[in-house]
Write a protein that binds this ligand. Structure first.
Ligand SMILES: [Zn+2]
Length: 89
């Protein structure tokens, strides 16, 4: 997995720098998309601590999330399938 250019010291330093860059990027990718909210963005109900730690960056309370998921699934699913079909035909 070591590339062809890990031979001299100067290059090694560069590689180490790019590895920590890479780690930084991986960490950023894994990091939540923003902070968890203490209160729902929709209805301002307090979001339970357990939910906040289970879902990093959570923005909605359980009720609002379920509502949104449900609406998304029924509406989005049918629409998406329909538009795909009409595109294919
Ligand atoms: Zn809510």
């Amino acid at each position: 997995m070591a590339g062809g250019w890990s031979r001299d010291g100067a290059v090694n330093e560069q590689i180490e720098a790019s590895i920590s860059d890479e780690l930084e990027r991986m960490r950023a990718r894994r990091a939540p998309v923003g902070e968890s909210l203490t209160h729902c963005a929709e209805c301002e109900e307090p979001i339970p601590e357990a939910r906040r730690s289970a879902i990093p960056g959570v923005k909605l309370c359980i009720d609002c999330q379920q509502e949104r998921d449900g609406a998304f699934r029924t509406r989005g699913g049918i629409n998406r399938r329909g538009s795909k079909d009409s595109q294919l035909k």
